[in-house]
Design a protein around this ligand. Structure first.
Ligand code: UDX
Ligand code: ADP
Length: 462
């Protein structure tokens, strides 16, 4: 089984944002294992094998470079990887369904199921199958049925091991996770498989941080963790709207409530809206599950978190239009940032997508700048490329603009020379800080009309 110089062979199907970094960390920390990451997307695999990885993540390249070719391999040979491994992580994409029953809410499990059927077809020996993709509760059971309905005497044990890494901090999160969660069946084989996976993580994670639960708790905990995090953002965003009406300052409110140790200070930054591939998808999943069990009150409660996020994005654009004298037609508006958060090139569900589209609909001339996400932005706006410009350099983007909107909290936007920027802008010059990261008083003194979130605006006119 596998190469004799390794004690174990681990495969991962799906070389995306989760699979790639997670396996790189396992390979780095466990040189005694062979780790093979496979994907049907050959271009992606080529990129993983190159100097320019397919995703931008601080520290990822260094991590990959140390293990690649030693005990970490990227390949398109899915069959071989299934055949030779004892443990198979599955981290294929599970997007929200766009068709049929549950469209717009339920998870589309077709990639997962195809993978499971492929595993059954190829495997000749018993294997541990690890769910890494976020999946609706009870998926493991369905997978267990598909996998174990075979007559070649092979047994598959399905574990749920949700990943909690956040983009932009993936390497640090993987290296020092708050917890690792392993859900298993309580049968003898289930517990044996659980212990084997725990052993993998125990190579670098303290045993106290490795939590074992039943499969369903593990699956549900992942959805609930994301729902709670997103709920905090929607809660503070709802208060930002109230602050703007009452002259309270949302950053002061965040600070005041966050110092209560029962509440805690993290994830209380008001923003133009949360994005990312997980929050909306996972909450809608939770909503779908609750509805399907007849728990409509529970479903509506969580749906409110997503609705508030949509409201926040619309509110941001509505305000831009209102203060720019009710029209943005033919006005040049520079969006500073397109990634859904700083330190990533990922734009999935980024609030910038909706904001850009709404402004384009209003016939504004939209210019997008971002240090890492321009390529993804071009794909996201493929159907309206004629109405949008891209500039890698923020100074270029702002040249001749009527307004700047800060969309992503990139550190470099804090350090720009705004005096130089305003000197090349149309007047009156507007600045909308969708992340509250800039020094608003200073910008006002430079001549900007400044519109922060949840704080009084600073205007040079009545
Ligand atoms: C999230 C979870 O944090 C992670 O545990 C899970 O595995 C995947 O989903 P991620 O989406 O990568 O991670 O990033 P996260 O840092 O959670 O940010 C999500 C969104 O919320 C971003 O758009 C971010 O800008 C926004 N956000 C975050 C706020 O608007 N305010 C905050 O205070 C924090
Ligand atoms: P995540 O953010 O959850 O990691 P991504 O979309 O970044 O999701 O990655 C999922 C990866 O899974 C993609 O690169 C996709 O090509 C791959 N994938 C989907 N289906 C299969 C399959 N049947 N076999 C191998 N890889 C697959």
């Amino acid at each position: 089984m596998g190469d004799s110089k390794f004690t174990k062979t681990i495969a991962c199907i799906g070389a995306g944002y989760v699979g790639g970094p997670t396996m790189a960390m396992i390979a780095l920390k466990c040189p005694q294992y062979k780790v093979v990451v496979v994907d049907i997307n050959a271009e992606r695999i080529d990129a993983w094998n190159s100097e320019k990885l397919p995703i931008y993540e601080p520290g990822l390249y260094e991590t990959v470079a140390q293990a690649r070719g030693r005990n970490l391999f990227f390949s398109t040979d899915v069959e071989q990887a299934i055949f030779e491994s004892e443990i198979i992580f599955v981290s294929v994409n599970t997007p929200t369904k766009t068709f049929g029953q549950g469209a717009g809410k339920a998870a589309d499990l077709q990639y997962w199921e195809k993978t499971a059927r492929n595993i059954v077809k190829i495997a000749k020996t018993d294997k541990i199958i690890v769910e890494k993709s976020t999946l609706p509760v009870r998926t493991a059971q369905a997978m267990d049925r598909i996998l174990n309905a075979n007559d070649n005497g092979v047994h598959f044990e399905v574990l749920s091991n949700p990943e909690f890494l956040a983009e932009g901090t993936a390497i640090a999160d993987l290296e020092k996770p708050d917890r690792v969660l392993v859900g298993s069946q309580t049968t003898e084989l289930g517990l044996k498989a659980r212990d084997e996976l725990v052993q993998v993580y125990a190579n670098w994670v303290d045993k106290e941080r490795i939590l074992t639960t039943n499969v369903w708790s593990a699956e549900l905990s992942k959805l609930v963790a994301n729902a709670f995090l997103a709920q905090r953002i929607s809660s503070i965003n709802s208060i930002s709207a109230l602050c703007e009406k009452t002259e309270a300052d949302v950053t002061e409110v965040s600070r005041a409530i966050g110092m209560d140790t029962r509440i805690g200070s993290r994830f209380l930054n008001s923003s133009v809206g949360f994005g990312g591939s997980c929050f909306k998808k996972d909450i809608l999943n939770l909503v779908y599950i609750a509805d399907s069990y007849g728990l409509h009150e529970v479903a509506r409660y969580w749906e409110g978190v997503v609705n508030m996020n949509e409201y926040q994005k619309c509110r941001f654009v509505d305000n831009m239009i209102k203060v720019m004298f009710n029209t943005v037609a033919d006005k040049r508006i520079a969006l500073f940032g397109f990634a859904f958060k700083a330190d990533t090139g990922d734009t999935r569900e980024s609030p910038s997508i909706d904001v850009a589209r709404q402004l384009i609909e209003e016939h504004a001339g939209v210019v997008i700048t971002d240090p890492q996400a321009i390529e993804n932005a071009k794909t996201d706006l493929a159907d309206c490329l004629g109405s949008v410009e891209f500039a890698r350099d923020p100074y270029e983007a702002a040249k001749g603009a009527h307004a700047i909107a800060i969309m992503t909290e990139w550190d470099e936007y804090r350090k720009l020379d705004y005096e130089k920027i305003i000197s090349q802008m149309e007047r009156p010059a507007f600045l909308f800080d969708g992340r509250n990261i800039l020094d608003h008083k200073k910008l006002f003194e430079l001549g900007f009309n400044v519109f922060p979130l949840g704080q009084p605006s600073l205007k040079h006119y009545e």
